[in-house]
Design a protein around this ligand. Structure first.
Ligand SMILES: Cc1cc2nc3c(=O)[nH]c(=O)nc-3n(C[C@H](O)[C@H](O)[C@H](O)COP(=O)(O)OP(=O)(O)OC[C@H]3O[C@@H](n4cnc5c(N)ncnc54)[C@H](O)[C@@H]3O)c2cc1C
Length: 499
């Protein structure tokens, strides 16, 4: 006879096995520049199946452009926020470092996953990786699916008769608008069924944040990365900022723009979320329409830059207008360093570069002024400025950064003509009329009267003394005279125009 307790035990085992269904295979969702849970098509599709989901981020510096210092800082904060959001829904974020083409099949093996989902990135190196990965997975019998998630419209939807992308913004944007609203954003999954036991790297082991020295104090002071903060910022902007956007967006002395660019860069917010939220705000309050239209057209520039990058993968290195290949740039390490440190003697230029160093962003108007100053007044190759921005911007974007540098330099798509040389003093007087922006970022000029703050070199000794300024000691003289710089730039341009 079988003892009582043995039979009881046996009954339990049999019963457990018959009641618990075998665990379904997991789906890996591969996160990249889409560090959000809402309107994440790949995650949405995976969660909808009811299968366990492995949320995976692979830090892969071998594909595309490795992030610069400020962007690495942002990435670390954003991954923490994403990890917390996933954990709150019952899942966990797995972190791995290395080439994604190798790491993802490894995680497939470890997890027993039967599928890998991701949101596509319409950039050549990422597309090449996606194809390679699909082929590898298919050989292993693993399903792979890619979803649109980063753009309002795919580059394939905006082509000219020859099948090429458009190089002029206005017709490009008209075409985007003619396609109507992009799909409505998808909700975040309410819960995620975790896939047990996948090892993850410790985020700290990637050393994304600066330690010695820790230069990120200004970034911490200025930003809260992550999806929740991105959505709050969008809401606040639509409630308070968009009404005056048309008038205020060019004023660096005002809080007139959305400050969404780093959130968009890391995909904490999708462009279609921004689109639909802005359109909704305008439908609720028609007086917001002009601001919303302008704001969406700026989002259109982001789109335009990404489409350009799709068509010109070497956007960060090759002039779009090839006549600029023979431009007589005048490399000058000392001048470049003065520009980088905000010591050019032009207050609006110096304020911008110091704002950048402290906060990881710079106002758009001032970006144009400092970029023009570098390539025109200093005749330094735009690629030097682009590289500095790449390292110091938290919103450093593989499309927007080089496209805008090329635009300012005159060699880009739909570019500002090279012969239009900004006068930094007049730009300062027009867009920072009281000097509040300069006073904030160049404190040594804070006691200068408004009428002189953008041209301290023209102040009399008495005016300088009463503002506590000694030119050449407390603040540098102009590194180059505006009129001479302008002439030199035009002479250099004449060489390539003829040639
Ligand atoms: C030389 C130079 C380099 C730049 N580098 C970058 C970059 O690396 N990353 C980046 O996101 N923007 C870049 N810009 C564009 C622009 O300066 C920033 O997008 C803007 O300052 C961000 O502030 P915001 O979010 O408050 O903009 P808002 O005025 O609120 O605009 C809303 C959104 O539209 C997009 N946008 C606005 N203007 C542009 C533009 N000219 N080109 C592309 N997208 C735009 C951004 O995603 C922005 O968040 C650059 C501009 C210049 C002149």
């Amino acid at each position: 006879m079988v003892p009582q307790h043995r039979s009881w035990h046996g009954f339990q085992l049999v019963n457990e096995a018959s009641l618990t269904p075998p665990s379904p295979p997991s789906i890996i969702v591969w996160f990249r520049d889409d560090l959000r849970l809402t309107d994440h098509p790949a995650l949405h599709a995976a969660a909808k199946t009811g299968q366990p989901v492995v949320c995976l981020y692979v830090f892969d510096e071998s594909v595309g452009r490795a992030p610069g210092g400020a962007a690495r800082w942002w990435l670390a904060q954003s991954l923490r926020a994403l990890g917390a959001g996933i954990a709150a829904r019952g899942g966990s974020l797995v972190l791995r470092r290395g080439p994604a083409a190798k790491v993802i099949p490894e995680v497939v093996r470890e997890s027993g996953a039967r599928a890998v989902y991701w949101n596509a990135i319409a950039q050549a190196p990422h597309q090449a990786l996606e194809s390679q990965l699909s082929a590898t997975l298919s050989k292993l019998g693993i399903d792979s699916q890619s979803f649109p998630g980063d753009l309002l419209v795919p580059p394939s939807a905006i082509r000219n008769k020859e099948g090429r992308g458009l190089r002029v913004f206005t017709p490009f944007w008209r075409r985007v608008l003619s396609l109507g609203d992009p799909p409505t954003p998808l909700p975040a999954p309410k819960e995620l069924r975790p896939s047990p036991g996948i090892a993850s790297d410790r985020l700290e082991s990637w050393e994304l944040e600066p330690r010695t020295p820790d230069w990120a104090g200004g970034l911490r002071e200025s930003w809260t990365p992550g999806e929740a903060s991105a959505r709050a910022r969008l809401r606040t902007f639509l409630e308070q900022g968009v009404r005056d956007y048309v008038a205020d967006r060019d004023r660096p002395d005002r809080d007139g723009t959305s400050r969404l660019s780093p959130h968009l860069r890391f995909g904490e917010l999708s462009p279609r979320q921004v689109w639909h939220a802005a359109r909704f705000a305008a439908a609720e309050d028609p007086t917001l329409v002009p601001g919303v239209e302008k704001f969406l057209s700026e989002l259109g520039w982001r789109e335009f830059c990404r489409h350009l990058l799709h068509d010109h993968p070497d956007l960060a290195t090759a002039n779009l207008q090839t006549n600029f290949d023979g431009f007589p740039w005048a490399p000058d390490g000392k001048a470049l360093s003065a520009w980088q440190r905000g010591r050019t003697g032009y207050p609006i230029v110096d304020a911008g570069l110091r704002e950048l160093w402290h906060t990881g962003v710079m106002h758009n108007r001032v970006r144009m002024v400092v970029a023009s100053f570098l390539v025109k007044h200093l005749l330094i190759d735009w690629r030097e400025g682009e590289a500095w921005f790449w390292d110091t911007l938290v919103d450093a974007d593989a499309g927007s950064n080089p496209a805008n540098w090329q635009w300012v330099a005159g060699c880009g798509a739909d570019a500002a003509p090279y012969f239009r040389v900004f006068n930094p003093q007049l730009q300062g007087e027009k867009f920072d009329p009281d000097g509040a922006y300069v006073r904030r970022w160049v404190p040594e000029l804070k006691d200068m009267p408004a009428k002189l703050i953008h041209r301290p070199w023209q102040a009399t000794p008495i005016e300088l003394a009463s503002a506590g300024i000694t030119i050449g000691k407390t603040y540098p003289p102009p590194i180059v005279d505006h009129a001479r710089g302008r002439e030199r730039a035009l002479a250099a341009y004449a060489k390539i125009r003829k040639g």
